[in-house]
Design a protein around this ligand. Structure first.
Ligand SMILES: CCC1=C(C)/C(=C/C2=NC(=C\c3[nH]c(/C=C4\NC(=O)[C@H](C)[C@H]4CC)c(C)c3CCC(=O)O)/C(CCC(=O)O)=C2C)NC1=O
Length: 162
């Protein structure tokens, strides 16, 4: 089950049959203190999601061999599949950023993904470059604090793919 920052600390205290210790409480304090920031960032990202992906693709993939005949993004169908995948990464990273926990990424995004990419010949390196470009574009839109938070989960997807 995907969890969030709150259930994560509660579950780990419960396993030991204890109240939250001070480091668990500090984690929660940090999470609550950044709540407003996370919600504001999620709202900005959802209002600009298509533009974020478009700009990231322009920065990382367009005009490379990948979009030419023989490249994995060549043909409208594959181009659209790639854009759709990047939309997924941005949306699920936003969920994880709101939750303050990456487990939703393991459960709904990364599970079996590398195998699927390998079997279809989708290049992982170029995908990671596009995710890193999403990270930059998002940070420039939401500011560096929220951008750093989003970066944690976009990096999580990148390393899960690599
Ligand atoms: C929400 C969870 C979820 C994810 C993550 C997901 C990914 C996903 N991407 C796929 C395909 C694909 N993914 C890409 C992506 C790319 N090709 C490139 O060269 C670029 C570098 C890159 C974009 C950054 C492409 C081109 C395909 C189609 C490949 C093919 O059918 O030949 C497929 C195979 C089935 C299909 O075509 O829809 C899956 C399952 N599906 C899901 O349900």
């Amino acid at each position: 089950m995907a969890q969030d920052a709150i259930t994560a600390v509660i579950n780990s205290a419960d396993v030991q049959g204890k109240y939250l210790d001070s480091s668990a409480l500090d984690k929660l304090k940090g999470y609550f203190a950044t709540g407003e920031l996370r919600v504001r960032a999620a709202s900005t990202i959802s209002a600009n999601a298509a533009a974020i992906v478009k700009e990231a693709v322009a920065k990382s993939l367009l005009y490379s061999d990948i979009t030419r005949p023989g490249g994995n993004m060549y043909t409208t169908r594959r181009y659209a599949a790639c854009i759709r995948d990047l939309d997924y990464y941005l949306r699920y990273a936003t969920y994880a950023m709101l939750a303050g926990d990456p487990s939703i990424l393991d459960e709904r995004v990364l599970n079996g993904l590398k195998e699927t990419y390998n079997s279809l010949g989708v290049p992982v390196g170029a995908t990671v470059q596009a995710i890193q470009a999403i990270k930059e574009v998002t940070a420039s839109l939401v500011g560096s604090d929220a951008g750093k938070e989003m970066g944690v989960y976009l990096d999580y997807i990148s390393s899960g793919l690599s």
